[in-house]
Design a protein. Structure first.
Length: 336
């Protein structure tokens, strides 16, 4: 999974990256662990040789200088292509380094408008190319549907396309089609009200906290982070605040495999079948799928062992079309 930290210059993108990476960054890129208390508790029970949390790559999109050929905004939009989710940073603090006073609504609207304009230009270029190389009927219908939405200021992540059109549009990598999580960087002790952004929030999740304090908490040990975050008035450590919200914005869930060798979280798209989810573990398991033994996390924790789950009848046998739910512990039977 790949995410981009986006936002206008001076909003605090680098500070957020440091807080998420807990100091372990490679320039503008970091691998961030998906905070999940359930994995920690399962690991305490099974005491495995290895515990593996879900992870995703976070890259900060650095604000570039303009060149003779392209302006700064155009170069910035080129840079953020390829993300599966945007962590959209919005400034809500005053800074002597910045001439303009903080105006979260203004900043959010500016980048939103630029995204819409970028996608409209991409559609226009697609129709221009079609004069030499005609589009398929489904691609044409999809592009027309997308253009109509964008001209009415509706981002493509809010548009439901038929599957045939959606497949045709994937290659265009439209910016407004990428899920977004809004992260408001506040002043220390400030109480940001989401109502300040009004309808601009649209269907996006929003989290507000002071990034500078979150970065300080991130320097502490894992055991200390939750305690100090609470003492500083934060909703939690940055990894816990942001990663779960970003995961939700992407429509992702996790299922778990457990045992003495390894306890592991496997991120999958919500709605994934048991057989498809097996492919996340190994392609051979998907290919040779026989059945899945499944129990919910809470049901397992109430009983404390897989044997107790089996004895009480809550460990279920599911087939290949079963849709895996968040937090389920799954054991696969397969033959290749």
């Amino acid at each position: 999974m790949e995410s981009r930290i986006i936002g206008l210059k001076g909003s605090g993108k680098s500070t957020l990256l440091s807080a998420l990476a807990e100091g372990r960054t490679d320039g503008t890129i970091a691998t961030v662990r998906l905070a999940d208390e359930r994995i920690r508790r399962l690991s305490e029970i099974f005491k495995p040789k290895k515990t593996v949390y879900g992870e995703f790559t976070v890259m900060e999109a650095v604000w570039p200088d303009a060149t003779a050929r392209k302006g700064a905004m155009e170069r910035y939009l080129d840079q953020i292509q390829g993300a599966q989710v945007f962590l959209h940073v919005i400034r809500a603090f005053e800074s002597p380094m910045l001439a303009d006073p903080a105006d979260p609504a203004r900043d959010l609207q500016e980048l939103d408008e630029q995204f819409i304009l970028s996608d409209l230009l991409a559609i226009e270029r697609a129709f221009e190319r079609a004069r030499k190389s005609p589009l398929s009927d489904q691609a044409k219908k999809g592009l027309e549907r997308a253009r109509d939405a964008l001209e009415n200021d509706v981002p493509l992540r809010e548009v439901e396309f038929p599957d045939t059109e959606s497949q045709q549009l994937r290659s265009y990598a439209f910016l407004t089609g990428v899920p977004q999580l809004l992260l408001v960087n506040t002043a220390s002790g400030a109480d940001f009200q989401p109502e300040a952004l009004g309808e601009l929030v649209r269907n996006r999740s929003l989290v507000a906290f002071p990034f500078t304090e979150a970065m300080e908490v991130a320097q502490l040990s894992e055991e200390e982070q939750a305690e100090f975050a609470e003492a500083m008035g934060l909703p939690g450590p940055a990894t816990a605040i942001v990663t779960q919200a970003a995961f939700g914005a992407m429509g992702m869930i996790s299922f778990f495999t457990v045992g003495e060798d390894e306890v592991r979280a496997w991120p999958i798209k919500r709605g994934t079948t048991a057989r498809q989810a097996a492919g996340a573990v190994h392609s051979d398991i998907e290919r040779g799928f026989i059945r899945a033994e499944v129990v919910g996390y809470e049901e397992f924790m109430e009983r404390g062992s897989l044997k107790a789950c089996k004895d009480s009848g809550v460990l279920r046998i599911e087939g290949k079309e079963y849709v895996v739910r968040d937090g389920e512990i799954v054991h696969y039977r397969f033959n290749v």
